[in-house]
Design a protein around this ligand. Structure first.
Ligand SMILES: CC(C)(COP(=O)(O)OP(=O)(O)OC[C@H]1O[C@@H](n2cnc3c(N)ncnc32)[C@H](O)[C@@H]1OP(=O)(O)O)[C@@H](O)C(=O)NCCC(=O)NCCS
Length: 233
C-alpha cells in the first residue's frame, strides 16, 4: 500500500497489487481487485472502530529495562523491521546491553522515554544524536504494533517536541523515514504538516528486500512549534 495526501486533505492509497488509487477506506480490501493487504488490516480495524487515544492519559516516563524489553518485541515484529535503520532482530541480551550502556548513561547524546497511556505501556520514543552545540537532535519513535492507528504516535510526537523545544533548549528536531515504510511516510507527512516542518528526499538510504530505497528527511523547528503554540492559545 502506498499512502499519499490528496489536495482535499484525505488520504489516498495505492493498492500494491493492482495499482488502483482510492480514498482510505475503513477496510483493508482494495475495491478494484479485492486483495486484502494483511499489514493494513489492524490500522483499518482501528479506524473503523473509531478507537482513538485521548491526550489526557498519555505521558512520558523514564524507561525501565522491562519497558525496553517489551519494545524489543515490537521492534522484532515483521511489520516494523522494514522501517528500521538496523533491521536485524535483537536478543534480550543485546537489548539489555543497549539499555545499560546507552539509555542509562546520563552523558550519552540521547534521551529515551517510555510512552504510557494511564498504566499501559504503548510505545517508546527518543531523541538521538543530540548535538548540544548545534541545538539539534533526531527523533525516534516506536508504537506497539497491536495499538497502531489509535493516535498514540501523534500524541507521543507532541510530548517529545515539548521536551525538546520547551525543556532541553533544542532548536531543531530532524527525522528520517525510509520509503520501504509507507505507513511511517504517511505518519511523518502528517506530523510535518501539523508542525509546519520541511521535507527533503535523500537518495539510496536503505537496502531492504533486494533493492535500494530513498528516504524522507524532515526538519521540525522550535520557531514553528512556538508559532503553533501561540496560535493554539
Ligand atoms: C509509524 C508509527 C509511529 C505510527 O504510529 P501510530 O500510533 O500508529 O499513528 P497514529 O495513529 O498516531 O496516526 C497518525 C496519522 O498517521 C497516518 N497514519 C498512521 N498509520 C497509517 C496507515 N497505516 N495508513 C495511512 N496513514 C496512516 C494518519 O494520517 C494518521 O492520522 P489519522 O488516523 O488521524 O488519519 C507506528 O506505526 C510505528 O511505531 N511503526 C513502526 C516503527 C516506525 O516505523 N517508526 C518510525 C520510523 S521512521
Amino acid at each position: 500500500m502506498r499512502v499519499e495526501r490528496a489536495t482535499s486533505g484525505g488520504l489516498i492509497v495505492t493498492c500494491r497489487y493492482c495499482g488502483d488509487r482510492h480514498a482510505l477506506l475503513a477496510q483493508a480490501a482494495c475495491p478494484a481487485c479485492g486483495v486484502v493487504d494483511e499489514s493494513d488490516v489492524q490500522y483499518f480495524a482501528h479506524v473503523a472502530q473509531g478507537r482513538r487515544a485521548s491526550a489526557e492519559g498519555i505521558h512520558l516516563r523514564p524507561p525501565t529495562l522491562a519497558d525496553m524489553q517489551r519494545a524489543r518485541e515490537w521492534r522484532n515484529h515483521p511489520d516494523v523491521r522494514p522501517g528500521l535503520r538496523t533491521p536485524f532482530m535483537l536478543t534480550s541480551e543485546q537489548q539489555e546491553w543497549w539499555y545499560r550502556e546507552v539509555v542509562c548513561d546520563r552523558r550519552a547524546p540521547s534521551r529515551w522515554w517510555a510512552v504510557y497511556d494511564g498504566e499501559e505501556h504503548v510505545g517508546v520514543t527518543g531523541l538521538e544524536g543530540i548535538q548540544w552545540e548545534n541545538r539539534l537532535a533526531e527523533i525516534s519513535l516506536l508504537i506497539d504494533p497491536a495499538r497502531a492507528g489509535q493516535g498514540y504516535g501523534r500524541q507521543a510526537v507532541r510530548l517529545v517536541l515539548e521536551e525538546a523545544f520547551e525543556r532541553m533548549g533544542l532548536l531543531t528536531v530532524t527525522g528520517e523515514c525510509y520509503e520501504s515504510n509507507p505507513v511511517g511516510i504517511a505518519f511523518w507527512r502528517r506530523v510535518v504538516e501539523e508542525y509546519g516542518g520541511e521535507v527533503t528526499t535523500l537518495p539510496r538510504r536503505k537496502w531492504w528486500s533486494g533493492r535500494l530505497w530513498d528516504a524522507m528527511w524532515f526538519t521540525l523547528t522550535a520557531e514553528a512549534w512556538g508559532e503553533r503554540r501561540k496560535g493554539a492559545a
